[in-house]
Write a protein of this length. Structure first.
Length: 156
């Protein structure tokens, strides 16, 4: 699985944003795609920044929890938009009980050292169009306190 942040910004670091109505914390928003798939929503920007396990580990080394925030049907038939968040375990107010209170569903946990492979195990079936014949747009907000490196080596 690849986690790709699409942007028009060409600098060395990308900042988290909190401009999502359903998610009230700073996050780096990525599109989750299988290795052979391109970006699902090119409208976010022309530059593709690959977010790797090292980037997630640099933000928080250890265990993270994945929660499903929402799913919405798109304008085109068979298109669905899935929104998830990835939150470091131990973050005050965002444990299983706190997120359940927000209406979010706990999906599972991943370790920062192998997050992308474990995310594929948890939600990879959403990305396999042969599985359900729908086109699923899977977006994940990775909770962050600062910025993530977006140097030329990270371009996807």
């Amino acid at each position: 699985m690849r986690l790709v942040h699409c942007t028009n910004y060409w600098g060395e670091h990308i900042d988290g944003t909190n401009n999502d109505d359903e998610v009230s914390f700073d996050a780096i928003w990525v599109q989750a795609r299988l290795d052979h798939q391109g970006c699902c929503c090119p409208g976010f920007g022309r530059r593709r920044v690959l977010i790797r396990d090292d980037d997630i580990n640099g933000e928080h080394s250890g265990w993270w929890s994945l929660f499903s925030v929402s799913c919405a049907e798109g304008r085109s038939p068979g298109h669905y938009f899935w929104k998830y968040v990835l939150i470091p375990q131990g973050t005050y107010g965002y444990g299983k009980r706190g997120c359940a209170g927000l209406g979010w569903t706990y999906i599972g946990e991943v370790h920062s050292s192998c997050a992308t492979a474990q995310l594929e195990d948890l939600i990879g079936d959403r990305l396999d169009e042969q599985y359900d014949y729908d086109f699923n747009h899977v977006h994940i907000g990775i909770m962050c306190d600062g910025t993530m490196y977006a140097g030329k080596g990270n371009s996807a």
